[in-house]
Ligand binder design. Structure first.
Ligand code: ZN
Length: 279
């Protein structure tokens, strides 16, 4: 759990990291940190799934997370009760896209998608000034993708074998090739297949969300050689159907995160500002 103190301009004054163990053990340490700083408001961008719907009886809960001690835990209430200040609440990836759209390269854009590809895959969507929730919130890391004929790997998502997360997150790369992603850097076939799968999902996002920019973060995307490969595959998969300035400039359309891995924290500062102003 990364905890930070900052202001509404996105400036981060200090930050600490606390291991995510159990709510009983972890949350009091976080509360203590924020209490000392006497914060006016809090922004929480949390691993999910979560319930971000203010009208729901389980608003503020982390719901069916695989991190078992945190299942059905009301994290918003815990902080609001302990700190007595308003708290904004969203998914970790919605926090990241909000950071990029408020303070980063996506400032001024109407629709932005942010995908983090690491141990799992998460997608946040900023749309017309808000974060997309709808029924729940996007779970676009689990969109189904088509297996390439030469790939015999079965996939490792317990819910769907051939979703993006099951086929292309870090643990799937490691299991398929028998080595950690970082040790596979020079194997072109690894990244070609990876780019092919990521591009399928992104092509779907392009067609359904019409984003003006797609930002890719997370551990797997530290393999920078993926970016040109992904852009080429997306272009190939769209096959000339979408003719916009953005698609014509792939290098500035599918891009790495711009805020030095602070996009999530900066998004939380904006979540806190919005909670304080009741926006
Ligand atoms: Zn899945």
């Amino acid at each position: 759990m990364v905890c930070a103190i900052g202001d509404e301009t996105g400036k981060i004054f200090e930050q600490i990291s606390i291991p995510t163990i159990t709510p009983e053990e972890t949350v009091p340490k976080m509360v203590e940190y924020f209490k000392k700083a006497n914060v006016e408001a809090l922004g929480i961008a949390c691993f999910g799934p979560i319930d971000p719907d203010k009208s729901s009886p389980t608003y503020g809960h982390i719901t069916s997370t695989p991190k078992l001690p945190w299942q059905n835990y009301n994290i918003v209430k815990a902080f609001e009760d302990a700190l007595g200040c308003p708290a904004g609440f969203d998914t970790d990836v919605n926090g990241s896209v909000l950071g990029e759209a408020t303070f980063g390269q996506a400032k001024g854009k109407k629709c932005v998608a942010y995908a983090t590809i690491g141990t799992g895959v998460g997608v946040g969507v900023f749309i017309e000034g808000k974060l997309l929730h709808g029924m729940l919130h996007p779970e676009a890391g689990h969109v189904l993708i088509q297996r390439r004929a030469d790939d015999g790997y079965p996939g490792r998502c317990p819910f769907h074998k051939n979703c993006l997360e099951g086929m292309a997150a870090g643990p799937a790369i490691e299991e398929r090739w028998g080595k950690k992603a970082i040790e596979l850097k020079d194997k072109k076939e690894v990244w070609d297949l990876e780019a092919y799968y990521i591009a399928q999902a992104l092509t779907g996002y392009v067609l359904t969300l019409s984003p003006e920019m797609i930002i890719l973060g997370g551990g797997v995307m530290h393999q920078e050689q993926l970016f040109p490969m992904i852009r080429n595959y997306v272009k190939e998969m769209l096959n000339g159907y979408i003719k916009t300035e953005e698609i014509g400039n792939m290098d500035s359309y599918i891009v790495p995160a711009s805020l030095h891995d602070d996009q999530g924290i900066m998004g939380c500062l904006e979540l806190a500002r919005r909670a304080l102003k009741n926006e």
